[in-house]
Design a protein around this ligand. Structure first.
Ligand code: HEC
Ligand code: HEC
Length: 81
């Protein structure tokens, strides 16, 4: 019985470690403002992300190639918009 408990505890520990290491690989690449609350694949997007030409151009540039933020949408998305 004790061995079974040990095995279960070990499995849970391994799962926790795996979970934490996955979280770490999702660390944001940049330092987005707090209003970037929508996580997409671990990267924080601002709300209204489906209409970037309306909601994101003021900072990410009218061409979405970075603007004042230096973060281009296309470095992760290809030329989608
Ligand atoms: C008020 C200015 C501003 C607006 C508007 C804005 N952003 Fe950003 N965004 C930033 C800044 C500043 C950064 C971080 C730049 C850096 O760290 O070098 C950033 C970073 C990001 C990142 C990288 C986040 C990460 O975790 O690495 C994403 C993705 C992003 N923005 C998406 C969006 C989307 C989508 C919109 C529109 C819906 C948007 N942003 C609108 C200023 C803005
Ligand atoms: C550092 C990488 C990165 C940057 C920069 C980035 N995104 Fe994303 N974005 C992702 C990832 C990863 C996903 C989730 C996987 C996917 O759907 O491609 C995602 C998903 C999305 C989605 C929802 C899924 C889809 O494809 O419709 C939208 C909309 C979006 N991003 C818009 C933007 C806009 C607009 C910008 C620039 C302001 C931006 N992203 C910048 C990484 C990024």
């Amino acid at each position: 019985m004790k061995n079974h408990t040990l095995v279960k505890v070990s499995i849970i520990l391994v799962m926790i470690v795996l979970f934490i290491s996955c979280e770490k690989t999702n660390d944001p690449k940049y330092n987005p403002p707090a209003d970037h609350t929508i996580s997409q694949g671990g990267y924080m997007h601002k709300s209204g992300l489906t209409q970037p030409l309306v909601n994101c151009v003021s900072c990410h540039g009218s061409d979405l190639k970075g603007g004042t933020t230096g973060v281009s949408c296309f470095e992760c998305h290809g030329t989608k918009w």
